[in-house]
Design a protein around this ligand. Structure first.
Ligand SMILES: Cc1cc2nc3c(=O)[nH]c(=O)nc-3n(C[C@H](O)[C@H](O)[C@H](O)COP(=O)(O)O)c2cc1C
Ligand SMILES: C=C(O[C@@H]1CC(C(=O)O)=C[C@@H](OP(=O)(O)O)[C@H]1O)C(=O)O
Length: 392
């Protein structure tokens, strides 16, 4: 399975085309819309999220609520486009629109954003041409694609959830949950998608303080996947090591600067006896691990324990109290441009992380098993579980 996304932040729409989904898979716009709503929420977002009500239209590949096996096209319209038509039109620049375009011109690149590198690489004089595509608005359709992947995984008894572990240096002390359903319900009830209510209040204060200072803050998010078959990925091919592919996917989320699987960086300072997860066996469950420090992976393959991934998000680059930059027209020192912006998007990013991880796991399942039809895929995955459980 593969997908491509297109669309600009203030253009008419965002689009994704997914190729290779099994036929006969139930899929409704509502399945996707509830995930889009989750991504829009979270404390610390800017005014844009009040303009948009992200809803998907399924334009191809689904008929009467079931996939046909054909490419699936997903479209999310940008409600904000109505305010940007003059600036974002695809036709030749009309004289009447020149003033509007000039007002939105960006010539003072924001440190930490894609503005300067994108302009130098693609030869744009107006860095709006960079901003429009580098904006994390694109994560809307990546979540839509991930929601389809989640639906795919749900058909196979695999669940995905996530939580926020840290914002602006405030760490959640309480991060444990009794089941993935419990994790989903409790993060849904939190403004910052965090299980620790005391930390949540401090995180919100940190966001308020950053906003008042014209500053921004980042944090750490975690995605968890349960019910994954043993042996997804491969120790044989470097490019099928699934922990590596998941890391790439998480790192590709805008503003992510680090990824960990399981205890990750903590493994550097611990002896092997405290890191590696002891192997056990019982007839009912087959092989399992007594702990899950390695986050469900050994040798680039899943070991049947929950997949646990953390991602580090840096603070948002656009600052209302801007950093120093250079005007690309005059080469003189100036403060960076100020665009309407979030002060913290860590809770939203945790939803994005869940979805990009869900996609990587679904895509690897589709590579591993016969997947033209969902019913056949379900039987193959079931047979695989049984084979592995019985050590055949
Ligand atoms: C959900 C989400 C919302 C974001 N909102 C903003 C924002 O409002 N302003 C901003 O400057 N950056 C925002 N970012 C981060 C930028 O998109 C990102 O820093 C930029 O694309 C440069 O890429 P890089 O940070 O990965 O190098 C957001 C990121 C995410 C995941
Ligand atoms: C639009 C979204 O996030 C945007 C991501 C973003 C950026 O630079 O990444 C900048 C802001 O865009 P705008 O200037 O239009 O408010 C955010 O709102 C979204 O998440 O849907």
């Amino acid at each position: 399975m593969r997908y491509v996304t297109s669309g600009e932040s203030h253009g008419p729409q965002l689009t994704a085309i997914i190729e290779g989904l099994p036929a006969q898979m139930e899929l409704l716009a509502e399945d996707i819309n509830q995930e889009l709503a989750r991504r829009q929420g979270g404390y610390g977002r800017g005014r844009r999220m009040q303009i948009e009500t992200d809803t998907v239209e399924i334009k191809s590949g689904v008929r009467h609520g079931k996939t046909t096996g054909a490419p699936v096209t997903l479209v999310v319209e940008n409600d904000d486009f109505k305010h940007w038509e003059k600036v974002m039109g695809a036709g030749p620049l009309e004289e009447d629109d020149a003033k509007s375009v000039e007002r939105k011109r960006i010539s003072r690149p924001r440190p930490g954003h894609a503005d300067l590198n994108g302009a130098l690489k693609y030869g744009h004089r107006d860095m709006r041409d960079v901003l429009e595509r580098s904006s994390a608005r694109e994560t809307t359709v990546r979540v839509a694609v991930g929601a389809v992947a989640k639906k795919f995984l749900a058909h196979l008894g695999i669940d995905v959830a996530g939580q926020v572990l840290e914002i602006g240096g405030v760490k959640a002390e309480e991060t444990s949950y009794s089941s993935i359903k419990d994790l989903q319900a409790r993060t849904e009830a939190s403004d910052v998608r965090c299980l620790d209510e005391t930390a949540e209040e401090k995180m919100k204060e940190a966001i308020d303080d950053a906003k008042a200072e014209g500053d921004s803050i980042g944090g750490v998010v975690q995605a968890v996947v349960e019910g994954v078959p043993i042996g997804l990925g491969s120790h044989v091919h470097y490019d099928r090591k699934l922990d590596a592919n998941i890391s790439r996917a998480v790192m590709s989320i805008n503003a992510f600067k680090g990824v960990e699987i399981g205890i990750g960086f903590e493994a550097a300072s611990l002896p092997g006896s405290q890191v590696h997860d002891e192997i056990a066996y019982d007839e009912e469950n087959g092989y399992y691990r007594k702990s899950n420090n390695l986050g469900g992976f050994e040798g680039g393959m899943t070991n049947g324990m929950p997949v646990v991934v953390q991602g580090v998000m840096k603070p948002i680059p656009t600052l209302y109290k801007p950093l120093q930059s250079v005007d690309v027209e005059t080469k003189e020192a100036f403060n960076a441009s100020i665009e309407r912006s979030d002060s913290c998007a860590v809770p939203a990013a945790s939803v994005v992380a869940e979805h990009v991880v869900a996609w990587e796991i679904a895509a690897e399942i589709s590579r591993t098993f016969e997947s033209d039809r969902m019913d056949v895929l379900q039987k193959s995955v079931q047979a695989h579980h049984e084979r592995v459980r019985n050590d055949e």
